[in-house]
Design a protein around this ligand. Structure first.
Ligand SMILES: [Zn+2]
Length: 352
């Protein structure tokens, strides 16, 4: 395997230092809206009530190479981590070719450029996709001109893409069902299908020699999980995924989002946070019926949907208050997403 010098950073920060997104002002309707954030500093739901990111998180932020618009770091010999501070991917340089792991469209051309800078004399031979969502692989178009590129996805994902092609995602050339073991340039790469996020299949990508595990749209290192637990389509599988990941012998964990490359400790913290949410909701659910009756009584049995929403929201809010209290000094943005985690879990508990 070839080795390359690490490319360290230059200056930050298009995203973190850029203009804040403009949110709609729902208060203009006059209605009381749950989960509303106002950009007005003195509004009862002002953004100012949310805590800033923790200093420990800020200290880990990857800085952007301004020439290419991405952060690039050789984390193990020949293994490169890439991020634009919002999305993450990786590539491996071997004697037999470059293997690309995911191609986010937010930095598709810069990804091609940094690969060619890091490995100018090595052909790009493989693109391995973690899953079929366009925000992580819609940048495949930047590799479309490469002859004989092997494009590997899980068979379920290939079927989904055949039925519903998404812009920018390249058509697969090789598929597998449950597992696929590859040896590229002498480097073992193990692919394993599982189900923790996407509608069809997610693939864990493992490089045992580099102790490197990819599982996309799972944790956000240093932070509470993204809203609704990474927008999972499978709540139960999401909760169980952490122990699946931890069964691997890994040091680096690429989860696809934020600028920070994860560690084993990050996976453990996310597992403990998520299961604390689950346990907290489980402790509150026995009061669901009582809360529902409170709502029904208050509206004189004229609006059962309102009573149901009240019951769910009151459990959500009690859960969120407890979880924020326990976790806000350990993970960033707990106060921003805890209510979504609690609501997702409460709805899951109603049905299971
Ligand atoms: Zn996704």
């Amino acid at each position: 395997m070839r080795t390359f010098l690490s490319i360290t950073s230059i200056v930050c920060c298009a995203f973190l230092g850029g203009a804040a997104p403009v949110l709609a002002e729902s208060e203009s309707t006059g209605h009381i809206t749950a989960n509303t954030i106002s950009l007005q500093p003195n509004h009862p739901d002002s953004f100012r009530h949310f805590a800033p990111e923790l200093p420990e998180m800020r200290a880990r932020v990857s800085q952007i190479n301004t020439e290419f618009g991405v952060h690039l770091n050789e984390i193990e010999p020949g293994l490169f981590f890439v991020t634009d501070q919002i999305y993450q991917s990786a590539f491996l340089v071997t004697d037999d070719g470059v293997v690309v792991f995911d191609a986010p469209p937010s930095y598709a051309q810069p990804l091609r450029s940094v690969i060619e800078m890091a490995a100018p004399d090595v052909a790009i031979t493989h693109l391995i996709m973690s899953h079929g969502h366009s925000d992580h692989n819609g940048g495949g178009y930047a590799f479309a001109d490469i002859a004989d590129l092997t494009i590997i996805v899980a068979k379920d994902v290939a079927d989904t893409l055949a039925a519903h092609p998404l812009p920018g995602i390249l058509a697969p050339t090789r598929t597998f069902d449950e597992k696929l073991s590859l040896l590229i340039g002498g480097v073992p790469i193990e692919l394993q299908s599982t189900h923790f996020h996407a509608e069809d299949t997610d693939v864990m990508i493992y490089l045992p020699e580099q102790k490197f595990l990819i599982a996309i749209d799972t944790i956000t290192p240093g932070e509470a999980p993204f809203m609704n637990f990474g927008a999972t389509t499978n709540v139960s599988a999401y909760f169980n995924s952490f122990d699946t990941f931890l069964a691997y012998d890994f040091e680096h964990f690429l989860s696809g989002h934020v600028s920070v490359l994860g560690t084993r400790a990050d996976v453990i913290a996310s597992r403990d946070y998520s299961w604390d949410v689950r346990d907290t909701v489980a402790g509150l659910m026995p009061s669901f019926h009582e809360r529902m009756m409170q709502g029904l009584t208050a509206v004189e049995f004229q609006n059962a949907n309102l009573a149901y929403r009240y019951a769910i929201e009151s459990i959500r809010d009690a859960c969120a208050a407890a979880v924020i209290d326990r976790w806000q000094n350990k993970l960033s943005v707990v106060d921003l997403w805890a209510d979504s985690h609690c609501e997702t879990t409460a709805l899951y508990n109603v049905m299971h």
